[in-house]
Design a protein around this ligand. Structure first.
Ligand SMILES: [Zn+2]
Length: 415
């Protein structure tokens, strides 16, 4: 019987999950990090021990609670113009985070009666940073063009050297990279992971309530991933009827997809059944609406002295900046260059603009050294072939200019 039900769950998964292939990569990511760096495993285990000790303390001292505010910096890595999302779209996601973590979300009324008594206001809020690490004014939002069309779960988006964007000091800021992920809605680093990789990566389509292309278009992916970033596990403990380290979430067999509304008994969790409306399941965004008190205590334990998120409490990220001039953003990173080859040539030139898709649609012009125009041509693809066979031998200039003011000028020799 057991085998059949697992098979049924798996087949259901394969059918209905095709929008993403994988909703959350955090568990696989964590296992890969442990393989790459075995010492992370023991640091993770000691954090787990810390959480277990401190969440008891936190439960006992419940009452005089202060709301924790976490400064956020969002790195938008756009490849196409429509990925250059607005401040309003980012703020929309931040608002959803706050609604869900403070249990002020309108759909909290959908939490079933049988679980209402354990549903929690987690007392954690998120706010775009107002001050950078040098006390300069910031919007907390960075936009950077990248030649990378799709990113994998290998952290390359977290480094400028691999055409992403470097993290801001993770001891003071929560870093969120918004980029086009390959068949993945999002993934989070875990407490105790490598600091320069700390934070969340979220796919554009799973961000906020704008641009929804799947059942994960209501901004709950970031809520789920932040749960991981704050030490939460999936409800099923990433194994059949596994343990998530939280007392008030029932054991359940595995993940949920779609939007069920029946009582589903697994792992002997009668009479209440699975808590598939919890943010730490894979249920569609429209049907998740709660964290529990136990999950809250795990998350809050990390902010106790000695906890891996404790340093955020003394961050200057939300203070009034001392310098009000917002630094200019590096929209076009220095490693980006057009290529023109072969040079010299006798017949055809290739202009390779794969570093920046925004060139497509502009016009290029070739002139000789006296300024006489030899050819005009529309750039129709990122790799453009240019026939110069009929040009007299000599030196020529290829130039192009874009509406946003950027220009290129390249010299070549016709044999
Ligand atoms: Zn997850």
């Amino acid at each position: 019987m057991k085998t059949i039900s697992i098979l049924a769950i798996t087949m259901f998964f394969l059918r209905s999950f095709s929008a993403y292939g994988q909703m959350c990569g955090s568990y696989d990511y964590q296992q890969a990090e442990f393989n790459n760096n075995p010492s992370l495993k023991s640091s993770f285990n000691s954090i787990e021990q810390f959480i277990n000790q401190r969440q008891q303390v936190a439960i006992m001292s419940r009452g005089e609670e202060t709301v924790i505010k976490i400064p956020v910096v969002v790195h938008i890595l756009y490849h196409t113009q429509d990925e250059k999302i607005s401040d309003a779209q980012v703020q929309n996601q931040i608002d959803i985070l706050n609604a869900c973590f403070r249990r002020r979300n309108a759909d909290s009324v959908n939490t079933p009666l049988r679980f209402k008594s354990v549903a929690a206001d987690c007392g954690i809020e998120f706010q775009l940073a107002t001050s950078d690490s040098r006390s300069r004014s910031t919007t907390g939002i960075i936009r950077k063009y990248t030649p990378i069309e799709k990113w994998k779960m290998d952290d390359k988006m977290k480094f400028s050297s691999s055409m992403g964007d470097d993290a801001w000091d993770p001891s003071s800021y929560l870093n969120i990279w918004i980029c086009r992920l390959d068949k993945l809605a999002g993934y989070a680093s875990f407490p105790g992971g490598e600091m320069n990789k700390d934070g969340l990566a979220i796919d554009f389509a799973a961000l906020g309530t704008v641009g929804a292309t799947s059942g994960y278009g209501m901004g709950k992916t970031a809520v789920h991933e932040l749960g991981h970033w704050l030490g939460l596990k999936h409800l099923w403990g990433d194994e059949y009827c596994g343990d998530d380290g939280v007392a008030d979430t029932p054991k359940q067999a595995g993940y949920t997809i779609g939007c069920p509304n029946n009582i589903r008994i697994t792992c002997g969790n009668s009479p209440n059944g699975d808590m598939y409306m919890n943010y730490m399941d894979f249920t569609n965004d429209a049907c998740t609406n709660m964290f529990t008190i136990g999950q809250k205590m795990r998350m809050k334990a990390l902010f106790e002295p000695g906890g891996s998120r404790f340093s955020l409490l003394s961050s200057k990220g939300l203070t009034t900046p001392l310098i009000f001039e917002i630094p200019l953003q590096e929209n076009d990173p220095k490693w980006l260059k057009p290529q023109l080859f072969p040079n010299p040539t006798s017949t055809t030139l290739t202009l390779d603009l794969t570093y920046d898709a925004r060139w497509v649609g502009s016009t290029l012009q070739i002139t000789n050294l006296t300024g006489l125009s030899m050819m005009q041509q529309k750039i129709t693809s990122k790799v453009q072939q240019i026939n110069v066979q009929n040009f007299p031998s000599g030196v020529y200039i290829l130039a192009a200019k874009r509406e946003d003011g950027l220009s290129i000028k390249l010299q070549f020799v016709k044999l």
